[in-house]
Design a protein around this ligand. Structure first.
Ligand code: PMT
Length: 218
């Protein structure tokens, strides 16, 4: 950035996967590396913002100047977000939060038997929805990871969760998760913008520029 459009603003970013334990040694998770969310945190900092990064388990260095909080489960991420959300002018939910967790966490390692086992799963709390339903609330940007009908599913999430913007990406076949480049389809009420395939740190800068424009910041 050749000027600091987010000077004086606080940005909260979630990044990475969550891990939902089954027992002391096993968990459910997904393929998120945290790269996209960390790049967004770095881009927001370079735009002059104070940045709070809430990170699921990922092996990435903390971007310079960014305040990082590490969490494991979706419920931990929910608590960490809600503890500080009042400070945020902008919330960007890039984490691949597990939608379900095992209903029980066994305290001892589940023993292997001859039979298969059934896993009962229950939904995790929806961080993005609850941030967006606060009043007052920050400018809220969600992500949508879709394997098919990307635009229509993303627009559904934009409306259902009452977001200011959604960043949709095509996933599956080695796309978006755990790779260095990505493309995003940004959607908002009445419009949108395509950000073409590029390294995630460049994509993050482009995303921050569109957020600045949509917020009407100088
Ligand atoms: O981390 P990388 O390897 O760089 O990969 C980047 C990415 C593919 C993870 C990223 O670009 C991305 O798409 N992130 C969102 C992944 C996701 O979980 O999408 P979703 O469509 O399932 O969720 C929709 C939105 O709801 C997301 O903003 C998510 O953070 C949020 N959510 C979901 C469930 C939940 N319990 N709470 C939430 O806040």
């Amino acid at each position: 950035f050749d000027y600091l459009p987010l000077a004086g603003k606080a940005v909260m970013v979630t990044a990475g996967p969550t891990r939902e334990p089954l027992d002391p040694v096993r968990y459910l998770t997904n393929r998120s590396s945290g790269r996209m969310g960390f790049a967004i945190a770095q881009a927001a900092h370079s735009a002059g913002a104070r940045v709070i990064l809430i990170a699921g388990p990922c092996a990435l260095p903390t971007p310079a100047g960014v305040e990082r909080h590490d969490v494991e489960r979706a419920s931990d991420m929910y608590s960490a977000v809600m503890a500080r959300i009042d400070e945020a002018d902008i919330f960007i939910g890039c984490a691949a939060v597990c939608d379900y967790r095992p209903i029980d966490e066994a305290h001892e390692k589940i023993k292997k038997g001859a039979q298969g086992i059934d896993l009962a799963l229950v939904p995790t709390p929806d961080i993005l929805r609850d941030v967006a339903s606060r009043s007052p609330r920050p400018f809220v940007v969600g992500f949508a990871a879709e394997t098919h009908d990307v635009q229509s599913h993303a627009r559904g999430k934009l409306l259902a969760k009452n977001l200011d913007m959604i960043a949709a990406n095509q996933v599956g076949d080695g796309q978006a998760f755990d790779v260095d480049e990505n493309s995003l389809e940004l959607l908002w009420d009445g419009g949108g913008k395509s950000l073409p395939q590029q390294p995630k740190h460049e994509l993050a800068l482009a995303l921050i520029k569109v957020i600045v424009e949509r917020m009407g910041l100088p």
